[in-house]
Design a protein around this ligand. Structure first.
Ligand SMILES: Cc1cc2nc3c(=O)[nH]c(=O)nc-3n(C[C@H](O)[C@H](O)[C@H](O)COP(=O)(O)O)c2cc1C
Length: 190
């Protein structure tokens, strides 16, 4: 059996925080299903904003010219079967760390489409407010939906829940179980 490769990016500065805790559940589910998984904490990486040079848009193999920590990620993203993005809600949408990563995925676009096209996508989102609308969680979820619809990558599942203190999402057994299941679904599409 060919192993499935999964890349997980975490857009919170808090290791052991809520989105990281759910991301670890997703990782556990993907491993249970036999996948190879690599996780990246975006806050600890040097990821600069897109400078709109458009050099990456020339041909399908051209990546971004900015010499930062996206460079080792591009080939991993190209060869992955699935991508998981875990973010807290910051000021009514995704965190800046997550948004920088998403903007820089522009470099994977070409006239032939995105190198992420067809990859299976998992979304993890946590927020402090209890209401997904007033928290801004819906804005973040819509951002992911619009982006991956444009890219042509199916979102297999979106796991989201409310928690404030670092890591307290672990007491929400329902969302923890959903995150684990999402991991398995990302590898076995059933
Ligand atoms: C800078 C900042 C902005 C935030 N903005 C929001 C917000 O707009 N809506 C909300 O519900 N929670 C907001 N929160 C709370 C976080 O989304 C919440 O604590 C989340 O669980 C943090 O996830 P983490 O532990 O993975 O970092 C904010 C927290 C910070 C630090």
């Amino acid at each position: 059996m060919v192993s499935s490769k999964v890349i997980v990016v975490i857009g919170s500065p808090r290791r052991g925080g809520n989105s990281d805790t759910l991301a670890k559940q997703v990782v556990a589910g993907t491993r249970e299903a036999g996948a190879e998984v690599e996780s990246f904490h975006l806050h600890e990486m040097d990821i600069r904003p897109c400078d709109a040079c458009d050099e990456c848009q020339g041909d399908a193999s051209a990546d971004c010219r900015i010499p930062d920590d996206m460079q080792p990620l591009y080939p991993k993203l190209r060869s992955a079967d699935a991508l998981v993005i875990a973010s807290p809600v910051y000021f009514f949408t995704v965190s800046a760390q997550t948004k920088l990563f998403m903007d820089r995925c522009y470099a994977l676009e070409s006239p032939q489409g995105s190198a992420l096209k067809g990859k299976r996508i998992g979304i993890v989102l946590t927020y402090g407010d209890t209401d997904p609308f007033t928290s801004g969680a819906v804005n973040a979820l819509r951002t992911f939906q619009d982006a991956f619809r444009y890219i042509g990558a199916p979102i297999v599942g979106m796991v989201y829940g409310s928690a404030s203190k670092s890591g307290e999402i672990r007491y929400n057994q329902g969302v923890m179980d959903r995150a684990y299941e999402l991991g398995k679904q990302l590898v076995h599409l059933d």
